[in-house]
Design a protein around this ligand. Sequence first.
Ligand code: PXP
Length: 241
Amino acid sequence: MRLFINIDHVATVRQARRSDEPDPARVAVLAELGGADGITVHLREDRRHIQDRDVDLLMQTVRTGVNLEIATVEAMVDRALGWRPAAVTLVPEKREEITTEGGLHLAGSAGDRTSEAVSRLRAAGIRTSLFIDPDPDTIRVSAELGADAVELHTGEYANSSDAADRTLQVARLRQAAELARDLGLSVHAGHGLTYENVGPVAALETCEELNIGHSVISRSVFVGIERAVREMQERVRRARA
Ligand code: PXP
């Protein structure tokens, strides 16, 4: 299981003052020292947190690997091809949302756009993942579109209202992960995962990668990023064992 740390919200704090601190590239170094297996950033079209310069710097300084999240838009794919990160995750994007609200829709022309983006990225040797809801039909389409991986949206699990709902959401994620694996896709998961709720998702044997941001960056305010990452790694490893 790889733990990728999403550092968007380091840039959120910086952009609150349009200043030059805190610097995501410096935080990435410390996250790696804390045991992060990779660094994830979402370059949104509105550039509300991560800026192009951040990606420039991260591409030069990150030693594990950069997972760049982008919308399925030609201009963003062009930017990604210029940087050639280890991985690109295609995500849905809406200007008015606070954070990514749901998985990609892959029917009709959206599927054609996704297929085009996946083939351009894969031709450049970039591992390509699709952020989707844990839904069997969407998983089948993801496999048909030729993606290397799917990232299962864990938001509904994270927001589950009670223990029964939580059990149901874990079962849904498990079935989705197994179907994806059977179709030859690598399985990632993320969104809304915290120190308290990461266990059951980390324990899914078919899942190879977690992407976690807000909870780790929040804890880092108290304990520093290196320790915050180490503590999340410990939880993931314990759940895995
Ligand atoms: N995965 C994807 C595709 C995301 O868009 C995000 C949020 O930017 C995350 C994972 C991380 O979510 P969180 O910040 O809630 O841990």
